[in-house]
Design a protein around this ligand. Structure first.
Ligand SMILES: [Cu+2]
Length: 129
């Protein structure tokens, strides 16, 4: 009896430790939560080579992407689905995340491609030292 209680406790502990969002977030990533109130925090300062992960905590989809809307060419690494690699390229559902490694120094503005233009809350900045 005692053993089964112990095993049950261990099982619950293990389940608790592995309860992560649907997409994995790289170790050491700086987390920005996306809520109905916008990006939290709306500005982060990191070092070149660091990764930022946006995690959608809202029940509405959100799409982080480099400035400027709608061309997304602000962050100068070509690629992604428009002009810059700094682009989630889709709306993130609740619990989903988008992680991006910043190698270029500068002050990089971004927005929520789905909500930016009707709501001034959905803008943010990543400062890369
Ligand atoms: Cu956009």
């Amino acid at each position: 009896m005692k053993t089964s209680l112990l095993l049950m406790g261990l099982l619950l502990f293990l389940i608790g430790c592995t309860g992560k969002p649907s997409q994995s977030i790289p170790d050491g990533a700086v987390i920005v939560e996306v809520t109905s109130e916008g990006f939290n925090p709306s500005q982060v300062t990191i070092n070149a080579g660091d990764t930022v992960a946006w995690v959608n905590k809202d029940n509405k989809a959100h799409w982080p992407a480099s400035a400027q809307h709608p061309t997304h060419e602000g962050y100068p690494e070509m690629g992604g689905c428009a002009n810059s690699k700094f682009d989630a390229c889709k709306g993130l559902a609740e619990g989903e995340s988008f992680a991006f490694q910043f190698n270029q120094q500068g002050e990089w503005k971004y927005h929520d491609h789905l909500n930016c233009c009707t709501n001034p809350k959905f803008f943010g900045t990543v400062v890369v030292k």
